[in-house]
Write a protein that binds this ligand. Sequence first.
Ligand SMILES: [Zn+2]
Length: 213
Amino acid sequence: MFVTVHVLSGALLGAVYPRPLPVFATAVASHLVLDAVPHWGTSDDATFLRAARVDGLLGLALLAALGLRSPRSCRSAVWAGMAGAVLLDLDKPALHFFGRSLQPGWVRWVHQRVQREWPGGLRTEAPAAALLAVLLTRAYAQRQRQPQRARAVAARSSTRSAANTSGEASASSAKASSRPSASNTVPARALTFNNVPVLARTNPAPRIAGGAS
Ligand SMILES: [Zn+2]
């Protein structure tokens, strides 16, 4: 598939599961899965090279934009995902510009074997890219909302604790006419009988004359 599609899928993996190492490994595997989906290809080398140049530049620009604009909470995983997703295709520019492959022979063999290229492949590749872009936009938006929500909860909790502290400090100086809060404690004295029978004695009971001992 176009490297642009691989960049999108790698960024999506990082945004959904922000753990760089597993995301990197999953992204490498995802490259083979996507290459096994029927996608655009042609036997005309000149056309293929033109398309590869445009795709390479677009993919590179997208990679930089998605990495730099990614939410902080998943940024390193997004970079790791994109790196893993494009790793297998780095062989193409290496062969084109330097005439040398960067990958072991068996890796190149596996990469070649999974390819399903056909001239009408844009019909599957374009919708796949659009779907990945939509999912990635949603994942980024969700990640961006999470820190905001956490900050809002922290701010509410600190405001509440500050209010409690000031409430305790001013309780002794509060006016009698001020409306009591629901959590005010009713003084124990108001509900205590003046003469409560004491069941426990600390001193021994006085002996009753003639009573049983
Ligand atoms: Zn590939």
